[in-house]
Design a protein around this ligand. Sequence first.
Ligand code: NAD
Length: 321
Amino acid sequence: MKKIAIIGDIHPDGHNLLLNNNCEILDLTNSSKEELTEKIKNVDAIAIRTGKLGKDVLKDCNDLKIISRHGVGYDNIDLDFLNNNKIALSITGTANAVSVSEHVMTMFLYLCKLIEKSNKLVREGNFIKKKTIPNFFELYQKNILILGFGRIGKSLAKKCLGFDSNVYVYDPYIDKSIIKNANCKDIDFIDGLKIADFVSIHMPLNDKTKNIISKNEFLVMKKSSIIVNTARGGIINERDLFWALNNKEIYGAGIDVYEKEPPDINNDLFKLDNIIFSPHNAALTLECRKRMAIESCENILYFLDKDKKLNINNIVNKKNI
Ligand code: NAD
């Protein structure tokens, strides 16, 4: 019988899949670090949401063959340790893109149509004062700049094309034909920022992308532009974002991810009314939580059973194990 540790609250469909495949589940969601270190010593696999798994906790896991992330980011896992010990790391590569790209569309539309102002006006009995709402806008024929054209960037492009927008892509790491075949236009970073009406970020956070959108970038953007970040906090410099929004250098922003999570309650951005927020939940629709639970548990089962149904693209470190 396979022994699987689950760390984090995952949809019951994932648990059921493991139980139906003759696995023993150890739910370690609320365990202390010491308890976790002790209890995972003999597990074959770990399914994990956002908790941290470093060398200190993993060092005695002699039977561990795979850690399965519920999601696509894996900055919470010590990948070097896994590579050195030939332990696989998997992600739920096919589960999130739709949910996150829908979240971006929601933020784009909410901001450009001034939904909050309209909602408030009607609720306060001011229906007939609709002319007091400032100009609001469409996505139709606007320039959308997508930064990073992986799973989520591609999914967003399809939705924007459905609104008859012009979709531009900056992603120096992919073949340009991928952009062309998706009916989008390849563009340089700064040229893209100059012409964009809407910008959406879908790249990883790393040394190259940290603060990639800072004061200089806001200065080249249109004053009418809207930027949304559902990728990782720190890609946009938050202090400079406050400056840009406060000085009307850009029109609006939508933020799902923060430099520090959770953000401090006295974060300056909360003082502004041309920005909207969500609590890093772009991928947490019910449907997406079910897909992630099932895909993360399938990754475990298929990997352990050497089943050809395993989606090899989900194994992050396939070259190192
Ligand atoms: P992906 O790996 O499929 O795509 C990332 C793309 O970014 C790749 O095509 C890569 O070539 C490109 N890229 C890398 N460095 C770049 C750079 N310097 N400039 C331009 N492009 C660059 O990833 P994905 O699944 O599309 O996820 C994108 C981001 O969204 C990640 O940061 C991920 O952690 C985040 N994410 C957030 C949530 C959420 O809940 N908010 C959910 C899922 C994913």
